[in-house]
Design a protein around this ligand. Structure first.
Ligand code: CO8
Length: 291
């Protein structure tokens, strides 16, 4: 694999909006090599990171290497000062049909437990920059969980969400029983997890799992537009806002309100808070510097 990467690196040239594609390994705009994902910068200002899962034949089943690559690409964007938001998407047929069952079929409890099997997926939730999932087609099992690890979910009108692990004799392991329940409530989450039944994009919208539904062909562009809108704000303050909202999932109301208040107070130590309020008073557009 390392040799393959080096050979491909020598033969690849990369453009900002459309990376050229080699047989098996692709380079991101920062030059990193990926086999299972496409990585670009999108948006008029190139300030939206774009990660596309690209194992189409396997319906973007989330094999270990793919998720490792997603983690690397997220790190790449996290460390890129130009990037203000990230869009994660799959193909029109599948955002992702779950963890790779073929990779899991022979695993033992001992291997899973001792090796902390798939724990590295949590990496998706640890960044400061907002991640928007643009979901078309199947978002099943680990695919639904991956979407729920993102900060915002946009869905195409043919998207389907489900936690079908029960049909495989297992249960969700990447937050499906927790994030789904917080998003849609106990009754629907319990029904989905216990029966393996899927819900449509429209049901996902009605139950609060996704924020917007678009025609399938528009959902990626709309997610990028949302990313551009977020990226036009102060990256420093956006990170604080994300931290505060995430507090609502992890803390009691009192602790969450305390965290929010401290972060709110902290904005008063930043140049961007001064700039934002002065710009309003002076009736001009704010020029944020992320300081
Ligand atoms: N894993 C591996 N391969 C898959 C997966 C998968 N999850 N889903 C689809 N594929 C493969 C198929 O095997 C097939 O490959 P091949 O052509 O080599 O036979 C190819 O993708 C196309 O699939 P189908 O022929 O089945 O396509 P259909 O259009 O007929 O059906 C479905 C599409 C309904 C999506 C069907 O493929 C399906 O049911 N897939 C499995 C869905 C599923 O059960 N997902 C849950 C997996 S378990 C899980 O995600 C646990 C997560 C725990 C994470 C813990 C992290 C800490």
């Amino acid at each position: 694999m390392a040799l393959l990467c080096r050979v491909a690196a020598a033969s690849l040239r990369v453009s900002r909006s459309r990376p050229l594609v080699a047989a098996a390994v692709r380079a991101s705009s920062a030059g990193a090599q990926y086999q299972h994902i496409l990585v670009e910068k999108k948006g008029e200002r190139g300030n939206v990171g774009f990660i596309q899962l690209n194992r189409k034949k396997a319906l973007n089943a989330l094999c270990d290497e793919l998720m490792r690559e997603v983690g690397l690409a997220l790190d790449e964007f996290e460390n890129d000062p130009e990037i203000g938001a990230i869009v994660l998407t799959g193909s029109e047929k599948a955002f992702a049909a779950g963890a790779d069952i073929k990779e899991m079929v022979d695993k033992t409890f001992q291997e899973c437990y001792a090796g902390n099997f798939l724990t590295h997926w949590n990496h998706v939730t640890t960044g400061k920059k907002p991640v928007i999932a643009a979901v078309n087609g199947y978002a099943l099992g680990g695919g639904c969980e991956l979407a729920m690890m993102c900060d915002i979910i946009y869905a195409g009108d043919k998207a389907q969400f489900g936690q079908p692990e029960i049909l495989l004799g297992t249960i969700p392991g990447a937050g499906g029983t927790q994030r789904l329940t917080k998003a849609v409530g106990k009754s629907l989450a319990m029904e989905m997890v216990l029966t393996g039944d899927r819900i449509s994009a429209q049901e996902a919208k009605a139950s609060g799992l996704v924020s917007k539904v678009f025609p399938a062909s528009d959902v990626v562009d709309e997610a990028i537009k949302c990313g551009e809108k977020i990226a036009s704000n102060s990256k420093l303050i956006v990170a604080m806002a994300k931290e505060a909202v995430n507090g609502a999932f992890e803390l009691t109301l009192a602790e969450g309100n305390r965290l929010e208040k401290r972060l709110f107070h902290s904005t008063f130590s930043t140049n961007d808070r001064k700039e934002g309020m002065n710009a309003f008073v002076e009736k001009r557009k704010a020029n944020f510097t992320d300081q």
